[in-house]
Design a protein around this ligand. Structure first.
Ligand code: SF4
Ligand code: MG
Length: 333
């Protein structure tokens, strides 16, 4: 598989200003704080973590809907970190976003036809082509073409997400960042939309970054998974390897809340203490140390970096991996 996207040490910090007349920057929300990922053509990379960990900001920064504070983004080998104007407009065709909330993301005053064909119009597609494309897209997302003159409020949540997907596909993108695409839907509908997304991926050779906090959904759809905590990736790897053999205490805690995702004999319960610290004032060293049952002095002083797990498609950022793994394995007996 060839590399489609590479992100190097990407940061997105939002400055905080204080003072009404002469506002001064007093700090920054470190929403994304140095993430590095590679995504290959045709694969799905799951991005998981609690809400507020920076997943959505990471997605929007990769798509250049937000300006990165630092780091690099490469798309098909080309550095796109600073592209602007016409070049950025062309890139937009290839990279799309599917939103979490199919209720809020569709304009209530526009018909389905207007909504789905709008991007095609912007890129100068003829009326005839737009009509053909619209009919095809509605068909592939499982909507009847008599729906096209209707408005979003006439549809259910699942149907609206299908409309959002049709719109995202309007310009034949290669990369789609899916930001919690099913979390606003009923569980019974979630599976249908996920199955649709998998079918579309095969049909159009799409590459997905799939952002979610629901680990079962991510397990189902992803080839690889990255776990985010306070703006950083703490563990990344092949989906079965990471779910079957998690090494980072945070990943272990997340996974132990969905026992069905892992074999019974490997289940160990780790409960997370406390709340997610503020991303404007994150803990020094390992950002997880305030909640980690294994934390020692070194964790407060030194930031752990991602290290390869020998013999596996798997990396983890924790000073005490060996101890954590030995401990949790000991409690399994
Ligand atoms: Fe816990 Fe220390 Fe590992 Fe961080 S580095 S996850 S605090 S053991
Ligand atoms: Mg989010």
């Amino acid at each position: 598989m060839s590399e489609l996207l590479r992100v190097q040490n990407l940061k997105k910090h939002f400055p905080i200003y204080k003072g009404a007349i002469f506002p001064k920057q007093t700090g920054a929300v470190q929403a994304v704080d140095g993430i590095s990922i590679t995504v290959n053509q045709g694969e799905t990379l799951g991005l998981v973590g609690e809400s507020g960990c920076g997943k959505s900001t990471a997605g929007r920064t990769i798509l250049k809907l937000l300006e990165p504070t630092d780091g690099k983004i490469f798309y098909k080998g080309q550095d796109i970190t600073d592209v602007k104007g016409e070049e950025l407009r062309k890139l937009r065709k290839e990279m799309q976003l599917i939103f979490q909330d199919p209720y809020a993301s569709l304009n209530p005053r526009k018909t389905i036809e207007q909504t789905v064909t709008e991007p095609m119009k912007i890129f100068g597609m003829s009326k005839e082509k737009r009509q053909q494309k619209l009919d095809k897209l509605l068909e592939v997302v499982g909507l009847d073409s008599y729906h096209k003159s209707r408005y979003p409020h006439e549809f259910s949540g699942g149907q609206r997400q299908r409309i959002g997907i049709a719109r995202a596909l309007a310009l034949d993108p290669e990369l789609i960042i899916c930001d919690e695409p099913v979390s606003a839907l009923d569980v019974s509908i979630q599976a249908q939309v996920i199955n649709l997304m998998e079918d579309l991926q095969k049909e159009f050779n799409l590459t997905y970054i799939f952002i979610a906090h629901d680990l079962s959904v991510v397990h189902h759809i992803s080839d690889r998974v990255a776990v985010m905590y306070l703006g950083e990736i703490v563990e990344i790897g092949d989906v079965e390897e990471l779910y079957g053999n998690p090494k980072h205490p945070y990943t272990k805690a997340l996974l132990s809340s969905i026992p069905e995702a892992r074999p019974l004999e490997k289940r160990e319960r780790i409960t997370l203490e406390g709340d997610l610290p503020s991303p404007s004032n994150p803990p020094q060293g390992c950002k997880f140390h305030t909640r980690c049952p294994w934390a020692e002095d070194i964790c407060k002083q030194k930031k752990p970096v991602l290290k390869q797990v020998p013999g596996a498609e798997h990396q983890v950022a924790c000073h005490l991996v060996k101890e954590v793994v030995e401990d949790t394995e000991a409690t399994l007996v």
